[in-house]
Ligand binder design. Structure first.
Ligand code: SF4
Ligand code: SF4
Length: 501
């Protein structure tokens, strides 16, 4: 969900997420609770009323309807849609592709085709930056008039490949919905195929009444699911998305939503393959300002004159707290990017190949854009699939996502014989501490047992182009030792603080 203004009550957001089919199904597989039973309700609703999920709950379906509505208003063409044959083999192939990959431990199929996740990426990677850009533009104008009610929000990282993948999907889906209505939902979408099969046998159906139908074809021309054959007076329930447009459109009340009669199902035909087809802005201005202040302080005190020379090769990406292990995370995360949009420090960023091809688009911690806040567990609260399991703050503070590695040859204490210590200063557990070096200088040393891999040290390190300290991800998260003597509390985040838009 996307809530730019934080006006949508969290309970509403939870309801919407509860009913998202794939996230709810995955969550129940990860950890079955009453909160992960939404998919069962969706199945029940489908068995009773057909694919109402596709017209009322699925955000991608909703987005296609908006696109359709706008084009209908702009282009007043008479014949918009027509009955199309079902692409059965293609439909089931896409579903099988997702299921087989999932059974082999890869979420990439679901990740690419699940409608909720596609929508989440569109919202997070396209709509959100657009709104932020607009906010920043308006705020800069208002500032000229000494009005400070809006203030700019900095986007710290731009991920080109995830952006290109997302925008390609948006263009494809928009094109398909303009040209062919709900072709994506009825040919590609794995949820559409599964629910379509159940919908075929649903208790209530859309029925064309033989005696009242004039075969005028009005309903067929307006059916975005291309599932009404007005000549044969058949509605293909496996593809009907229950928008009920046809019922209101029929001039003779010849279409009804009824449970009494069974309907004729179109004969299976040989298939011709048709190729054509909040939490997140919870981050507060105050908090982001504090982040920039950290960097500003670091830059002010430390002047870096020599570029670093030792490149960093990270063997493992850093998966979010609560994900438990990279393997587990990669097998469940559908890359909806709700956690990415929710992360107040922007440390969570979509990956490209950091997890390998099959983990593409799944979020990982990118310490160039931020660090994992010691007192935060928001991603574990918002994740709808259970890829990031709920983790309480105390447990999270000891969860070792990775371990900091120090490269002495990049450190300015070594290269410039100057004072620094930014890493140690920002380490919340004091895993990085300073030890004597030369001429009264001190140099960092990592005590790995205390390190939680939050990346505060890497983020604070002023050296360029390669940091002198970086976090190597743990393939399986471990438990760090509590540093009772030196634990330093980080700045507390006030998430209730009002966000500017
Ligand atoms: S726990 Fe860390 S990664 Fe997750 S939202 Fe908070 S700061 Fe971001
Ligand atoms: S880990 Fe993040 S991207 Fe993956 S399913 Fe959960 S919220 Fe979505």
């Amino acid at each position: 969900m996307i809530d730019f203004t934080e006006q949508i009550p969290p309970a509403f957001t939870k309801y919407v997420l509860y009913f998202q089919f794939i996230p709810s199904l995955l969550k129940s597989l990860a950890a079955f609770t009453i909160l992960s039973t939404g998919f069962l309700l969706v199945l029940l609703l489908t068995a009773l009323f057909g694919r109402i999920y596709c017209s009322t709950i699925c955000p991608l379906g909703f987005l296609q309807d908006i696109i359709n509505y706008i084009t209908k208003k702009i282009k007043k063409r008479k014949r918009r849609f027509e009955y199309l044959k079902e692409q059965k083999i293609l439909r089931w192939s896409f579903l099988a592709f997702c299921v087989v990959l999932f059974l082999f431990g890869f979420a990439i199929g679901i990740n690419l085709l699940d409608p909720y996740s596609i929508y989440g990426r569109i919202a997070g990677n396209i709509f959100r930056p657009t709104v932020i850009g607009l906010n920043n533009f308006i705020s800069s104008i208002l500032t000229n008039f000494k009005i400070y009610s809006l203030y700019p929000y900095e986007i710290k990282s731009f991920n080109l490949i995830p952006f290109l993948i997302t925008i390609s999907f948006l263009i494809l889906i928009a094109y398909l919905s303009v040209k062919k209505g709900r072709l994506y939902c009825n040919t590609v979408c794995p949820v559409g195929t599964l629910l379509g099969y159940i919908s075929k046998y649903s208790f209530f159906k859309i029925i064309i009444k033989d005696e009242e139908c004039l075969s005028c074809g009005l309903c067929e021309r307006d059916c975005k699911a291309n599932c009404i054959d007005s000549d044969s007076k058949i509605v293909d329930m496996s593809r009907c998305v229950m928008c009920f447009d046809c019922i209101s459109l029929c001039p003779t009340n010849g279409i009804t939503f009824d449970y009494k009669k069974s309907i004729k199902t179109p004969e299976p035909e040989l298939v011709e393959v048709d190729e054509s087809k909040r939490n997140f802005l919870i981050s507060t201005g105050v908090y982001l300002t504090s982040l920039s202040t950290i960097l500003a302080q670091v830059k002010k005190q430390i002047v870096v004159t020599k570029p670093s020379t030792v490149p960093i090769f990270r063997k493992y990406a850093i998966s979010p707290p609560g994900s438990q292990s990279i393997k587990r995370f990669n097998s469940i995360c559908t890359a909806c990017h709700l956690c990415v949009s929710s992360c107040p420090t922007q440390v969570l960023q979509p990956s490209f190949l950091e997890y390998g091809f099959t983990g593409m688009l799944q979020p990982r911690l990118n310490n160039k854009s931020g660090y994992c806040n010691f007192d935060c567990n928001i991603c574990s609260e918002v994740c709808p699939t259970g890829a990031i399991l709920p983790i309480d703050i105390e447990k999270k503070k000891l969860t070792q996502l990775g371990v900091a590695k120090f490269i002495k040859e990049n450190c300015i204490v070594y290269t410039q014989r100057t004072e620094c210590g930014a890493c140690s200063e920002h380490c919340p557990t004091k895993a990085v501490h300073m030890i004597p070096f030369e001429n009264n200088l001190v140099i960092p040393e990592v005590r790995e047992e205390y390190c939680i891999g939050c990346g505060a040290c890497e983020y604070a390190c002023p050296v360029k182009p390669y940091k002198a300290i970086y976090v190597e991800g743990n393939p399986i998260h471990k438990t760090a030792k509590k540093n009772i003597e030196e634990e330093k509390p980080q700045q507390k985040v006030d998430y209730k603080e009002e966000f500017p838009f």
